[in-house]
Design a protein around this ligand. Structure first.
Ligand SMILES: [Zn+2]
Length: 125
């Protein structure tokens, strides 16, 4: 067994993202190492343009495939839920076809009252 196991960077992110990933990896029994942590925390725009991906997270080579699978699962969860939510909160104006946010009872474009809303039901009373 080679004791000097190779350390491989699996992903990059801002300090908040890599802190979260590190915690999840440790929960799964994978030891991880942060590279450029202090630079990413205090001067991310120096570490990389715009501070995006400023901090690198690395694991031992034998853990790379497991760690990558965990990171992929995390990122797919993160991107799915807000999309589903925003689509559920829209209604479509029957008159002009505009997508209107759930909080509005009237179309902002043509003033059509939302079908089935209280305003539509009470309109003639
Ligand atoms: Zn409309």
């Amino acid at each position: 067994m080679d004791q000097d196991q190779k350390i491989v960077t699996i992903t990059t992110g801002n300090i908040t993202e890599v802190d979260l990933i590190k915690n999840v990896l440790e929960t799964n029994g994978i030891k991880s190492y942060l590279k450029d942590e202090s630079l990413g925390r205090w001067a991310p725009h120096i570490a990389s343009p715009g501070g995006v991906g400023a901090v690198k997270i690395a694991v031992a080579e034998s853990n790379v495939s497991r760690a990558k699978a965990i990171v992929m699962e995390m990122s797919s969860k993160g991107s799915d839920s807000p999309q589903e939510k925003s689509q559920a909160d829209l209604w479509t104006c029957p008159s002009c076809g505009e997508d209107i946010e759930d909080q509005f009872t009237k179309c902002w474009k043509c003033q059509t009252i939302r079908p089935g809303s209280d305003d539509a039901i009470n309109k003639n009373s």
